[in-house]
Design a protein around this ligand. Structure first.
Ligand SMILES: Cc1cc2nc3c(=O)[nH]c(=O)nc-3n(C[C@H](O)[C@H](O)[C@H](O)COP(=O)(O)O)c2cc1C
Length: 146
């Protein structure tokens, strides 16, 4: 077992509609828990950023499947790195949609409140993911009060 993290970004295509999020999460929960993969999916504007952690071979197999998915394109890997410990061990795939409270995070990392993950310098991508993790409970609570 060589614990590894994978971070990539992608852009939605014309084959994607918002209703696909639930389908993506359903197959991701199922597949990731079977493969002992955990992580987070962030969706904002037209872009995805996904962080996955698990055994390297399982991650590579999963990523090979993900990039075949025609609902997104322009997948760019930012990181494929060995890690010592998991950051999202409780989540087969946490999901963070865009929200008002994340705008300030976007502008800190991207010079604008508009999320464009292709603009984040590679060395800051993992820090961005850790910031997202800190937002997780707050985003979920906001969701409950809506
Ligand atoms: C942005 C995005 C993220 C995805 N993340 C995962 C993931 O973490 N794990 C996974 O197994 N599939 C993920 N998928 C779905 C796969 O592309 C594919 O649809 C799915 O694995 C097919 O599984 P199924 O045939 O068992 O439903 C993702 C797809 C998209 C568009």
């Amino acid at each position: 077992m060589s614990l590894t993290r994978l971070i990539y970004v992608s852009t939605i295509t014309s084959e994607f509609s918002l209703g696909d999020i639930d389908k993506i999460l359903e197959s991701s929960y199922r597949r990731n828990s079977a493969n002992n993969i955990s992580g987070v999916l962030y969706f904002s504007t037209r872009y995805f950023m996904q962080y996955l952690e698990g055994d390297r071979a399982d991650l590579e197999e999963t990523y090979a499947r993900i990039i075949q998915d025609r609902r997104h394109a322009n997948c760019i890997v930012y990181e494929l790195e060995p890690i010592e410990k998991r950051e999202f061990e409780d989540w087969s795939l946490a999901y963070i949609p865009q929200s008002e409270s994340l705008r300030s995070l976007n502008s800190r990392f991207m010079q604008s409140a508009q999320f464009n993950p292709y603009d984040i310098p590679q060395q800051n991508v993992f820090a961005f993911i850790l910031e997202l993790k800190a937002y997780l409970p707050r985003v979920y609570l906001e969701g409950l009060t809506c």
